[in-house]
Design a binder for this molecule. Structure first.
Ligand SMILES: [Zn+2]
Length: 576
């Protein structure tokens, strides 16, 4: 559980944001770039960092440090820190990295008495701008770890009620990493963590319990272990919120060498929030819904699976070797609040997503929602995540978390097909009768440039690396393939299933040059931009002909369920 730099929300843009392009910056000298940095928005700052990296020198790093420390403008300090962080993350041996990270006496002299690590650590005590504090903590925790002289700041900042929740959690998380680097914890640190178990901030309480859970036996004496155990039990007695309660339960279990308390808590929570289980073949739905409603979701997933098989062909009906998920459970919460609480407490991530399929558990987590809570309907969300389940079982060998799983970038295929399946619509007989993703079409029509296909198929950001994935274009390319080039789609997915897909050999695997596919795909999108209809090919089923239909550009979500009207029900399991 930790923040990364990419999880920080970009600051509010200057109004109006200054236009900024790499070409525009390329001709500017260092002085002009630094001047511009003081007023740059988030995106321009990143471009300036990229422009400055090859020009790194002792003088430049010194100027950036002075700007970061002395500027009266918070935005200038924050931007200079971001650039220093981008310098630091370059590989060792590059001047940008070495000049920021260097801590030798020679480095101190080179930087005119300034050295990045201690200088930034000193800035923590008086920096008042939260964005700048996050940047400093990012740099120090990532590139100067372990830096024990920031421990005092982390203690006071995580306990300071005037700090934001986000900063307090970041500080206690950085503290956790420092404690991990200690050979032994001292009495002061134990007392601080004990007090943190009763913090007013529930994530600080949870993280303090997490630190205790993660301690190595040699870090504390037998008497100190007993002190921690009693502190955890006392905190557990009075803790009211589910998330810290579960973290405390796990820590207590750790000391007891079992998982009794945490399993019990999870079981109680599921009994309360997901009392009913409906099982049909390999699909289970846990929810508070009556059977008739739960069955609707089972049918939806079965329809989608049939459409998936129809789309990719009969060879995809056999699971890939050693796939462990011959069953899937939909964990369908009645409200977003319950979902968030459950994910925070028991899964550890995904609380901010609309839903999540976790391959190693064979479970799909999501919640019933109203139009106001989510752009996507629960059906679309389930279809998207179930699309990941289908691909995990029938296309990709190994599991997401296995070594080598991400050797080839294939977010375009995994997310693209999940989005495509997420938009399928089914008639009363369960046959696919159309697709509907007008929000993606609108997004593409609203962009100045058409997407570069090579960039899309190489894209990792937002898939297996931090960032935001390009869902509209991944959907659009998959829609194009499925509608106009199903043969190519099948060849690509077949290569993935056989472990023969290579990003570098895309043309050979696809059987069509990438440039040609891009040309045809772009023509399709240009037609949309000119007001042309979005063509949809139904997956071929028992009909020999390919049916082409036209969908309307209007977004018509299905009627969401109203959780308030759901009848209460006793916990039960039924098989249909
Ligand atoms: Zn996805």
């Amino acid at each position: 559980m930790s923040f990364t730099a990419s999880s920080i929300t970009p600051p509010t843009l200057n109004q109006p944001p200054s236009p900024c392009s790499a070409a525009d910056l390329a001709g500017a000298d260092v002085a002009a770039l630094l001047k511009r940095l003081s007023n740059s928005d988030y995106y321009c700052t990143e471009l300036i960092a990229a422009t400055l990296i090859p020009q790194a020198s002792t003088s430049l790093v010194g100027q950036l440090l002075k700007l970061a420390q002395n500027s009266a403008k918070p935005l200038a300090r924050r931007n200079a820190l971001r650039v220093l962080g981008r310098f630091a993350e370059r590989p060792a041996g590059e001047p940008a990295h070495d000049l920021v990270i260097r801590s030798s006496p020679a480095g101190v002299r080179d930087l005119d008495g300034i050295n990045a690590g201690p200088a930034l650590a000193g800035q923590l005590a008086h920096e008042t701008d939260e964005d700048s504090l996050h940047e400093i903590l990012w740099i120090l925790d990532a590139y100067f770890y372990p830096l024990f002289n920031i421990q005092g700041y982390l203690e006071s900042a995580s306990a300071n009620i005037s700090n934001s929740d986000r900063l307090r959690f970041r500080c206690i998380s950085a503290y956790a990493r420092l404690m991990y680097a200690r050979d032994k914890l001292n009495p002061h640190e134990l007392a601080f963590l004990n007090a943190s178990l009763r913090s007013d901030d529930f994530w600080v309480r949870a993280e303090a319990a997490f630190i205790f859970e993660q301690l190595r036996p040699e870090q504390v004496t037998k008497a100190e272990r007993e002190y921690i155990y009693q502190a955890l039990k006392q905190a557990w007695q009075t803790e009211q919120l589910l998330t810290p309660r579960q973290y405390m339960a796990r820590a207590i279990d750790h000391f007891n060498g079992n998982s009794i308390l945490s399993s019990q808590l999870r079981g109680e929570c599921e009994t309360q929030w997901l009392p009913n289980t409906l099982v049909h073949h390999d699909i289970s739905v846990r929810s508070a819904l009556p059977d008739v409603e739960a069955l609707r979701f089972i049918k939806l997933m079965e329809n989608e699976r049939q459409a998936f098989f129809d789309l990719l062909g009969p060879e995809f009906t056999t699971p890939v070797a050693n796939d462990p998920n011959d069953k899937i459970t939909l964990m369908l919460f009645a409200s977003k609040a319950n979902y968030i609480e459950y994910m925070n407490a028991f899964v550890g991530y995904g609380a901010q997503a609309g839903g999540l399929y976790i391959e190693r558990d064979g479970k799909l987590y999501t919640f019933l929602r109203t139009r106001a809570e989510s752009t996507f309907t629960v059906e679309q969300l389930i279809q998207h995540e179930f699309g990941h389940y289908l691909q995990g079982r029938y296309v990709y060998q190994h599991l997401w978390s296995d070594a080598g799983y991400h050797t080839e970038p294939r977010g375009w295929a995994d997310e693209g097909l999940a989005e495509y399946l997420g938009g399928l619509q089914f008639d009363a007989n369960g046959r696919c009768c159309g697709t509907n993703r007008p929000e993606h079409v609108n997004s593409i029509c609203g962009c100045a440039d058409l997407c570069d296909l090579n960039g899309l198929i190489c894209r990792r950001e937002g898939y297996d690396q931090p960032g935001t994935f390009d869902y509209p274009n991944a959907w659009s390319f998959m829609h194009y393939l499925c509608t106009h080039r199903l043969d190519v789609a099948r060849r690509l997915f077949r290569a993935m299933r056989n472990g023969q897909y290579r990003d570098e050999a895309f043309d050979a695997v696809a059987g069509v040059p990438l440039a040609q596919l891009q040309h045809e795909w772009h023509n399709t999108m240009t037609n949309w931009r000119n007001g042309g209809a979005v063509e949809t090919m139904m997956p071929p089923t028992d009909s020999p002909s390919i049916i082409t239909s036209i969908i309307e550009g209007l977004f018509r979500p299905r009627k969401p369920l109203n959780p308030d009207r759901l009848p209460s029900s006793d916990a039960s399991t039924r098989i249909v």
